[in-house]
Design a protein around this ligand. Structure first.
Ligand SMILES: [Zn+2]
Length: 80
């Protein structure tokens, strides 16, 4: 099963939000209370990740994030 919000493969129960295998999103896409992050929260987090861990500048990170998120089921109705 892949996370609907970031596309990550969830192979183990603990990869799911809150360790709950019935959730269709992963531990990286949930808030501390276990609910799914909003589009804006997830987008900001992905941009930070690409700038910090992967060294992209903000413009490139935003473009990559927007194209990645467009392909994911959780955001398919969105027009970023
Ligand atoms: Zn996820």
């Amino acid at each position: 099963m892949k996370c609907i919000a970031c596309g990550m493969d969830m192979l183990r129960e603990e990869d799911h939000a809150g360790g709950d295998a019935s959730k269709d999103y992963c531990l990286h896409c949930c808030r501390p209370d276990g609910s799914m992050q909003s589009f804006e929260e997830k987008r900001a987090g992905m941009i930070e990740f690409m700038m910090g861990k992967q060294g992209f500048d903000r413009g490139a990170a935003e473009a990559l994030t927007d194209s990645a998120m467009r392909g994911l089921p959780a955001w398919s109705g969105r027009r970023p």
